[in-house]
Ligand binder design. Sequence first.
Ligand SMILES: NC(=O)c1ccc[n+]([C@@H]2O[C@H](COP(=O)([O-])OP(=O)(O)OC[C@H]3O[C@@H](n4cnc5c(N)ncnc54)[C@H](OP(=O)(O)O)[C@@H]3O)[C@@H](O)[C@H]2O)c1
Length: 329
Amino acid sequence: MGGRTGAGSRIRGRTVLVTGGSDGVGREIVRGLVALGAHVLMPVRDRAKGLRVRADLLGSLPPAALEQSRARRSDVSGVSGQQPGVTLMDLDLESLASVRTLAVELLGADAPLDAFVLNAGIVPMGEGPRRLTEDGIERTLQTNFLGHFALTTALVPLLRQSRGQVVVQCSAATARGRIDLADLQSAHAYRPFAAYRTSKQALGVFAAELSRRSAAGGWGVRVRACHPGMVLGTAIAPRVRARLPQRLIRLAERLGNTPAEAASTALAAVESPRRGFRMFVPGGPLELRGSPRERAPWPSLLDAAQGCELWREAELLGYSRITRSRGLR
Ligand SMILES: NC(=O)c1ccc[n+]([C@@H]2O[C@H](COP(=O)([O-])OP(=O)(O)OC[C@H]3O[C@@H](n4cnc5c(N)ncnc54)[C@H](OP(=O)(O)O)[C@@H]3O)[C@@H](O)[C@H]2O)c1
């Protein structure tokens, strides 16, 4: 992506939905997209923080970039259609009601949706015992996977209309191994990092399955996985971070990506015009840092039987609760 400008970008003038845009890597993905001329729909769980981040993002970009990133339609959320760059919306992935409200709003506005970057995530290390959301689902699984699954599948009609892109933010922690579908919610043995790995692997397996369904159904939706490498300068896992010795943090910062560098794999994924399920990773040693490169998707994500079973399980857990609601099919 290095050196690309809005003028040369295939996403100039496109509308992109990005979760987790209010901090860390997501904030830089939003900045990069707007700089390339995209209009970003940025749902946040904290509006005050969202407003601060939006002001910071827009203030950092040249007016010419903002001008070309005006929304194509002004009716999303009734917000800022006249303001270029970023439209704030509301989303708490820990609440399926919140996911449903956002989906209904987007489908009802009938605004274009050219790409969806599923970036929001938590690593609950150091945060005590297993917690359930208001929907009774293990919190890491719902935030990282199930909420995104429900939102994406609800928005498929919009993505089909624009033959759009879906980009899922994975983690190198999920490059190997299989999900235990019998214990998706880590009820039998809860370990925070294992719950994170399960949730992220589920997200990647879902992405591959979405790609297969798109190909089989002729939807035209292109699905990409990416991961940001190792990124110390974000807000994730704050309790663990607070306990790390400074020299370890400095070493990890040197070995890893800054949030802006880390955003470039998702940006490369959104820009890629190629068909089929694709994967973008940092190109440096051990994929911890560096400019993005495309690689073969991890075999751990590609088991079609597991993808099918996961989809069914996710529908049982949450999807049907959303689609049964008014306004969604
Ligand atoms: N940092 C790394 O080394 C690393 C490595 C591999 C993969 N990743 C992945 O990269 C992505 C971004 O991570 P990051 O390091 O940038 O984390 P971060 O700085 O903590 O940002 C996480 C984002 O997700 C949002 N979020 C968290 N819970 C949410 C919820 N319930 N509903 C809606 N939004 C929610 C946060 O919103 P608030 O602003 O409201 O908190 C924030 O915008 C994650 O998916 C993570 O798994 C990161």
